[in-house]
Ligand binder design. Structure first.
Ligand code: GDP
Ligand code: CO
Length: 688
């Protein structure tokens, strides 16, 4: 590749922005021979230098329901030595075709690629588990969007040990243009001096073929975005500048050292936001976020392509606004942007009727730097997923990131809810979780039950499954620790048969007494106020074994054990909301706690699962040193449990939804009850 001489660059502190380079020769020969040297006014990069970079580069192909023929032709434009990473958000049937196409392509060309689906639940979990939940939506999956796809691509490139990552849209009709873009990326990286670098491509030709309309739109958005980025830059130095010509360049590449450090914007904001992020973090105008980057500086190279850019025409007229708003909004909301540029942006948006008078410039959702991810942990989590995303099938791959040294299995502890989590919420069966239980047992990872169930009910499951660990009964009422389980002595409240018992709850008889007083008070109020309607309350203590069996769906034997309560009462409440509120209010006034466990209400003397979990973890730590704790639940009463552990996992309810829980770092596992539980255990095992 031969460029016209690289022109003077603009400097904003340590950030160096080169003006657009013009390409004179797409191929300027090899290092051999002596003909093709730099000549005056040009800069030549040899084939070897380009090939050297290509080997270190991953090309990320975001795709969403594109024409498969076009997609296939894009593949053929990617230089052989680059690793192809396809991030698809297409419908499942199309995704299958995409994967087939890449497989076939790689088989015959003897290449390797990664093909992932953006909505792969295991991928989402790998991200949330490694401390990067930014791209995960409320449904527990990775959100829609090309920028989310780009971040997946960046992190996978890093995982595979690449040094550069480039992006190519998959709706590009001209494979020659695709090839050219990658050549520009590689050329750019061999020209720059900084390890923190970026190459952005300006499309040279305005193709007449698709009419003025499409290009005019993008052209106009770009022109306006460029203008405002330049305006912002101009206020930072002494000279006015027009150096930025690629504020919306979708075709661009970065060194991974840079890519991992930037903050990304969602939607059409992403490309402009990259520039803003570089300026915010590294130009020295704001406080630097990083110590080494400023030393070496950041370099941005812009080049102009020779091939025409021809891609799928998607939107209509309103798209102009949809594209412009995000792009300008990231400039507007940057702390770098002063009043003058802000006013100008606002005026522009008003003039173009993108905003109404009095309306605010919308905020863009930002995604934090990918380097916030814990890569070794991510690598561990990806290990089991890799075989199905690498193509061709069964090919050998190597994860470049050093994985966490597997910790001693004794240092992991799983604390789990039972009903609706380890056990099916309807038939109380653990059969779907059995393999996972056996796996944990094989690894010597303790499973600690933490349930509303009584000690007697839990003993049945402990016996059946051969589990001999401590357990938490009746919603944190007490911790039962088998004698001799822990080596070091600890304090407990009493010894019952073979257990040492640490109590948190109040005794059942006392609890029932207080509860009946509270209910009495509630009945009085409800009777006195006809508008509240009636209320029907029943408790396990007042029901016969048969009634409990009928109400719960338990067999007679288990129903009898469910009635043998020590620290809590289970009640059913039927009535209209106002009356029910009166009841809960009185229960609360009596100093009792009432929580919903999925089917019934549990009344306790104030204890919840949290305190008991905390004590158990302290015992494990005391005996085994640092432990990695995992909590699995399905419902609101598991919140205190989850808040005590390092890794929080939530399985789906019978309706295939996740309970809404307000807690950070929660990993929503796909799968109802015991099925989700098994998935969660896979992650426990993978965690390094
Ligand atoms: P434009 O070229 O900027 O108008 O945007 P396109 O709609 O063509 O999208 C650019 C590229 O991103 C194309 O290759 C799309 O297939 C791809 N893309 C769009 N949305 C998504 C998404 O949600 N996830 C992924 N992974 N790719 C997407
Ligand atoms: Co496009």
């Amino acid at each position: 590749m031969r460029y016209e001489f690289i022109r003077q660059a603009d400097h904003i502190g340590p950030v160096k922005i080169h003006d657009v380079c013009r390409c004179l020769e797409l191929d300027s020969g090899s290092d051999m021979g002596n003909l093709a040297k730099d000549s005056a006014g040009t800069r030549r990069i040899s084939r070897e230098a380009i090939a050297d970079i290509e080997q270190k580069m991953a090309i990320v192909l975001p795709v969403r329901n594109e024409d498969l023929k076009v997609f296939e032709s894009v593949l053929s434009g990617i230089p052989h030595d680059c690793l192809i990473i396809v991030i698809s958000n297409s419908s499942m049937d199309i995704f299958k075709n995409e994967k087939d196409i890449v497989s076939r392509f790689c088989n015959v060309t003897k290449r390797q690629a990664m093909v992932v689906h953006q909505k792969d639940p295991d991928l989402a979990n790998a991200f949330s588990f490694s401390g990067y939940p930014d791209i995960i939506g409320d449904d527990g999956l990775i959100s829609n969007g090309k920028s989310e796809g780009m971040i997946i691509g960046i992190i996978l490139s890093r995982l595979m040990g690449k040094e550069y990552v480039g992006f190519i849209d998959t709706d590009n009709y001209i494979p020659g243009a695709v090839l050219e873009y990658v050549k520009h990326y590689a050329t750019g990286f061999s020209i720059v001096n900084s390890p923190y670098s970026m190459v952005r491509i300006l499309w040279r030709y305005k193709p007449k073929l698709i009419g003025e309309l499409y290009f005019k739109k993008w052209g106009r958005v770009s022109e306006i975005s460029n203008r405002f980025v330049n305006a912002l830059l101009s206020t930072k130095g002494r000279f006015e500048t027009e150096v930025i010509k690629t504020a919306n360049a979708g075709e661009h590449a970065m060194s991974l050292e840079l890519a991992m450090r930037l903050t990304y914007g969602s939607g059409y904001a992403v490309e402009t936001q990259e520039l803003i992020s570089i300026l915010e973090n590294f130009s020295g105008i704001l406080e630097a976020t990083d110590d080494f980057v400023p030393e070496k500086g950041v370099e941005i190279l812009q080049t102009e392509s020779i091939n025409p850019h021809l891609h799928a025409e998607k939107g209509d007229d309103h798209l102009l606004q949809e594209m412009l708003i995000p792009s300008l909004s990231v400039i507007y909301h940057s702390p770098l942007c002063e009043e003058q540029t802000r006013n100008a942006i606002k005026k522009q948006l008003l003039d173009m009727e993108c905003l109404k008078e009095g309306e605010m410039v919308p905020d863009i959702h930002l995604l934090s730097p990918p380097q916030n991810i814990n890569l070794p942990v991510f690598a561990d989590n990806m290990e089991s997923i890799m075989p199905r995303i690498i193509v061709p099938d069964n090919s050998i791959f190597r994860i470049a990131v050093a994985r966490n040294k597997k910790t001693d299995a004794n240092n992991k502890v799983v604390i789990t809810d039972l009903d609706g989590t380890l056990l099916d919420s309807q038939n109380y069966s653990y059969s779907l979780a059995l393999d996972a239980i056996r796996k944990l047992q094989g690894l010597g990872i303790p499973i600690v039950f933490c349930s509303s169930k009584t000690r007697f009910e839990q003993e049945v499951y402990r016996e059946e499954l051969g589990i001999n660990t401590p357990f938490i009964v009746e919603n944190g009422g007490a911790v039962y620790v088998p004698k001799d389980y822990f080596r070091l002595p600890f304090s407990y409240d009493k010894i019952i048969s073979d257990y040492m018992v640490i109590e948190f709850g109040i005794a059942y008889q006392e609890l029932r007494h207080r509860l009946s007083m509270a209910l009495e008070a509630a009945y009085c109020q409800i009777e006195a106020n006809a508008s509240l309607g009636g209320i029907l309350i029943n408790s396990f203590g007042d029901m016969t074994i048969e009634e409990v069996a009928k109400e719960t769906g338990l067999g007679l034997k288990m129903a009898a054990l469910a009635k043998q309560r020590e620290y809590s009462e289970t009640i059913t409440v039927k009535g209209n909301k106002k009356a029910v509120d009166v009841v809960f209010d009185e229960i609360k006034k009596a100093g009792l706690l009432c929580t919903f466990g999925g089917r019934f209400y549990e009344v306790t003397g104030g204890n919840d699962k949290g305190k008991a979990v905390k004590i158990i973890l302290e015992l494990y730590k005391m005996n085994y040193g640092n432990v990695m704790s995992f909590g699995i639940g399905n419902n609101i009463n598991d919140l205190p449990l989850l808040s005590q552990v390092n890794y929080r996992m939530l399985v789906q309810g019978a309706d295939k939804r996740w309970q809404k829980l307000n807690i950070s770092g929660l990993c929503r596992v796909k799968g109802v009850g015991p099925e989700g539980w098994s998935k969660a255990i896979e992650m426990v095992v993978a965690q390094g």
